[in-house]
Design a protein around this ligand. Structure first.
Ligand code: FES
Length: 127
């Protein structure tokens, strides 16, 4: 299977991997196609304009290399963004940012943005 250089890089050197002990919200999603699981932790802060932003973010993924790479990329894309901006990150955007995924692994990108959106929505509900 041909993976882009970026996928391999994000798989071998994942960014933001690991749980946050001071998370404001945590969300877990499972991939119905393969049973893999991903969990996202977010810590919310404020930017200079007073908008809520993703100040810190972490992930744990029990899954394949593509799932780890997409989780890692999604957290990197979300970090520092306002909650509204981060909510707009889609699975497709994450896969594109990684230079694409081989067709049989496209479903692996479903976990990342879905978990991120779920965590943000959870945060908004518990506020
Ligand atoms: Fe399950 Fe990739 S095979 S997420």
């Amino acid at each position: 299977m041909n993976y882009s250089k970026k996928v391999l890089e994000y798989f071998t050197k994942p960014r933001n991997q690991g749980p946050l002990t001071d998370a404001d919200a945590v969300a877990t999603v499972g991939n119905p196609k393969c049973g893999d699981i991903m969990r996202i932790y977010i810590k919310v802060g404020k930017n200079k304009g007073g908008e809520e932003i993703i100040e810190n973010i972490g992930f744990e993924t029990l899954g394949c290399g593509a799932a780890i790479a997409t989780s890692s990329m999604a957290t990197e894309m979300a970090k520092g963004k306002t909650l509204e901006e981060a909510l707009k990150i889609t699975n497709q955007m994450v896969a594109e940012e990684l230079g694409g995924l081989p067709a049989p692994k496209l479903h692996c990108s479903n976990l990342a943005a879905t978990a991120l959106q779920k965590a943000i929505k959870k945060y908004k509900n518990i506020k």
